[in-house]
Design a protein around this ligand. Structure first.
Ligand SMILES: C[S@@+](CC[C@H](N)C(=O)[O-])C[C@H]1O[C@@H](n2cnc3c(N)ncnc32)[C@H](O)[C@@H]1O
Length: 229
């Protein structure tokens, strides 16, 4: 079985796929971030996985046709300006009867307990930044229709709502807030003073033992290709 992980990043899912397809299978991970790919290669070497190959490339230029049995992308389409074009290219890269699986976010399903003003403002700013840059942090719910429009059949979905009371999962929102701060300030969506205050409040909220923090809701969608174009 041949698989492609589009926008594979550090390769955590790529390596899982390689294990699942076994020694007779082959998995390609593609990303344009050389630093992440080096990490992915190192993990593959550490784990003695030799049926995985990492390619440095801009995935929007994917031109493979009728090549893979399985094509996968996680948290990629929400970062692209033309996600429908990318999805059509991923469908084209599949062989007939091949399966496309996409996992992506819907920030409207990102929540804290109890309600917290700093957290709500972070979610709002993340969505505003996406709109301003032509990307869609709420793309998850659009993926089933995008797959159908790309000609895939038997499209089905599951929703994953991950919630944490401690650990790395709980700190993700604070890390994401820090990573968007520069762009938010540059785009005039918030002042430096507000971002500093949000960071402090969110940090306090995350560290409390009496709070819960979710990840953005994740749509997991899959469909099958009927014929080769
Ligand atoms: C949020 S990360 C997700 C990584 C991985 N799929 C995962 O779930 O762990 C998005 C990845 O897409 C990659 N990416 C975004 N646009 C890309 C493009 N045009 N070409 C190649 N990689 C791209 C980024 O470098 C990043 O590694």
């Amino acid at each position: 079985m041949s698989c492609l992980d589009v926008g594979c990043g550090g390769g955590s899912v790529t390596l899982d796929l390689a294990r699942l397809v076994g020694p007779n299978g082959r998995v390609v991970g593609m990303d344009f971030d050389a630093v992440k790919l080096d990490l992915a290669k190192q993990h593959a070497a550490d784990k003695h996985v030799d049926n995985v190959f990492f390619v440095e490339a801009d995935v929007t230029e994917l031109e493979d046709i009728n090549t893979y049995d399985f094509v996968y992308a996680r948290f990629l389409l929400s970062n692209l300006k033309e996600p429908d074009v990318m999805l059509a290219k991923m469908a084209a890269a599949l062989k007939a009867k091949g399966v496309l699986v996409i996992e992506d976010v819907d920030y409207r399903g990102h929540f804290s307990y109890p309600q917290n003003d700093a957290f709500d403002r972070y979610v709002e700013l993340y969505q505003q930044l996406g709109s301003k840059h032509g990307t869609n942090p709420n793309i998850g719910c659009e993926i089933p229709l995008m797959m159908a429009d790309a000609g895939l059949i038997d499209v089905e979905m599951l929703l994953a709502d991950l919630v944490f009371d401690k650990g790395d999962g709980k700190t993700t929102s604070k890390i994401t807030l820090d990573s968007i701060a520069k762009a938010v300030i540059k785009d005039g969506l918030a002042t430096k003073a507000e971002m500093t205050r949000l960071g402090e409040e969110l940090d306090k909220f995350v560290k409390s033992k009496r709070t819960l923090m979710s990840m953005p809701r994740i749509f997991q969608v899959w469909g099958t290709k009927v014929k080769v174009k």
